[in-house]
Design a binder for this molecule. Structure first.
Ligand SMILES: *[C@@H]1O[C@H](CO)[C@@H](O)[C@H](O)[C@H]1NC(C)=O
Ligand SMILES: *[C@@H]1O[C@H](CO)[C@@H](O)[C@H](O)[C@H]1NC(C)=O
Ligand SMILES: *[C@@H]1O[C@H](CO)[C@@H](O)[C@H](O)[C@H]1NC(C)=O
Ligand SMILES: *[C@@H]1O[C@H](CO)[C@@H](O)[C@H](O)[C@H]1NC(C)=O
Length: 421
């Protein structure tokens, strides 16, 4: 009950925060030229200046590529174009010639930085590179590194007319086709949260792309969202209810990387007393587990995340809370009839997913809830293993940044990956 109360309080705080963040002019430039690659960073968008009371870790202002190099690894940036015109950045720690390519796909509101920010010893990308893999990190359309389109600019509402459905049928295939063509090999795939959702969409809709994947390793898998808890669950059910009244247009940007959050991270959350509040806000969405989370990483984390998506992406997840199903986007009866020839959007057919798949999940994860995870796993035709992390309070983000992630997750993940490399 204590947690429920904390979650409700935190939801209110997040709503207020989102409103502030929505209302702020971001200083977008007009990215209309099609071949100009435009990248936002907290450092270049306008916002409050950070003064002497703020932390000043140089990592706060580095891009993923700069961060990788700062840890002493080689880094490459590649761009791929999707069938529907989005230009996505792929970040790579290249392996030796002939090493097995592995694609890492981040969660909602994140970017490629999640795999490296906790350094050489604990970052999953570095661990994989040390084990001899050719490591690729994706960036979903609309995030900090993937805001370009051949004809649209990010100030057009059409640019934001996507959810993880389009990421699944366009982004993931473009990335996989590009990497497998370049490396002349099939890929391994690791997804975290939305990185798994997109994969399930792809694998159930695009068997010709799925055939290029040797195996999929899903950290905190999300398909069904019916049981989602915490402030996201509360906000999600609110969102679907309000949506009908307000006729919300999901075609807009949601929580981009922002100098205001960067300011919050390095000037507010850097104070030990206030850190607990920041920590609670984040934990209320993902599951409370202060023991695994290193709160002194907050200034750096908040300077890179949230990394932006469309509001529609969030609404698509929220729809699963009330529909109880893993379905395509629900546009309302009339539009559904026109689009899907049915009043209800079609469900993704999990039994079509032929890629061998392993699940890793935590008991205290508010977003990938054990009941929902199990339901999805049971429907998969080609199972490798369903691994429960051996920690009673392991949560959604502990897969990335948990103090003991190497011991609790990587040590069990790596032998499984090696079997399929
Ligand atoms: C963006 O485009 C609009 C309309 O074309 C123009 O009025 C405005 O000055 C441009 N802003 C920048 C920053 O170039
Ligand atoms: C972008 O515009 C060009 C020229 O009009 C067109 O050929 C192309 O199909 C468009 N791309 C997309 C993804 O709509
Ligand atoms: C926690 O994070 C800080 C800043 O990134 C780092 O210096 C410290 O070593 C970390 N502590 C542990 C126990 O990982
Ligand atoms: C799902 O896919 C399986 C295997 O291709 C097929 O047998 C089944 O009819 C499909 N189910 C639906 C509801 O389309």
């Amino acid at each position: 009950m204590m947690i429920k109360k904390r979650s409700i309080l935190c939801s209110l705080a997040i709503l207020a925060l989102a409103k502030v963040v929505f209302g702020i002019p971001y200083g977008f430039n007009n990215a209309t030229s099609s071949n100009k690659i435009d990248r936002e960073s907290a450092a270049t968008s306008q916002g409050p200046s950070r003064g002497i009371f703020c932390s000043s870790n140089p990592q706060e202002d580095m891009t993923t590529i700069e961060l990788i190099k700062s840890f002493g690894y080689p880094a490459e940036e590649h761009y791929v174009k999707t069938e529907d015109g989005y230009v996505l950045a792929l970040h790579r720690i290249p392996g030796k010639k002939g090493s097995a390519p592995i694609l890492l796909h981040h969660a909602l509101l994140e970017s490629s930085f999640v795999w490296i920010i906790n350094g050489k010893e604990k970052g999953l990308a570095f661990n994989l590179a040390d084990h001899g893999y050719d490591v690729w990190m994706a960036n979903s359309r609309g995030n900090t590194y993937s805001k370009n389109h051949e004809n649209l600019s990010k100030s057009d509402s059409e640019f934001w007319d996507f959810s993880w459905h389009e990421m699944g049928i366009y982004d993931v295939p473009a990335e996989i086709d590009y990497i497998s063509a370049l490396t002349k090999d099939r890929l391994l795939y690791i997804g975290h949260s939305m990185g798994t959702t997109q994969f399930f969409v792809m694998a159930s809709q695009k068997p010709e792309t799925a055939a290029k994947v040797k195996a999929m390793f899903a950290l905190a898998p999300v398909g069904y969202t019916h049981h989602i808890k915490g402030s996201f669950g509360i906000l999600g059910s609110m969102l679907t209810n309000i949506e009908e009244f307000l006729n919300i247009d999901g075609r807009r940007e949601f929580l981009p990387q922002s100098s205001w959050l960067h300011f919050g991270g390095s000037c507010v959350c850097n104070k030990p007393i206030l850190r607990t509040i920041c920590e609670n806000l984040i934990m209320s969405t993902i599951g409370f587990n202060a023991q695994q989370f290193n709160a002194s990483m907050l200034p750096v984390i908040l300077s890179h995340t949230p990394a932006g998506t469309s509001l529609k992406t969030l609404m698509h997840y929220a729809q699963g809370i009330s529909s109880k199903d893993f379905r395509m986007y629900d546009y309302g009866k009339e539009k559904n009839l026109a689009k899907y020839n049915d009043e209800k959007p079609p469900a993704y057919n999990i039994s079509k997913i032929q890629v061998p798949t392993a699940f890793f999940w935590g008991k205290n994860d508010f977003l990938a809830i054990p009941e929902d995870v199990k339901r999805l796993y049971d429907q998969l035709p080609n199972k490798i293993a369903s691994v429960e992390v051996d920690h009673p309070r392991f949560n959604h983000l502990d897969f990335l940044w948990g103090r003991d992630a190497p011991k609790l997750v990587f040590s069990r993940l790596f032998p499984l990956i090696a079997k399929y490399r």
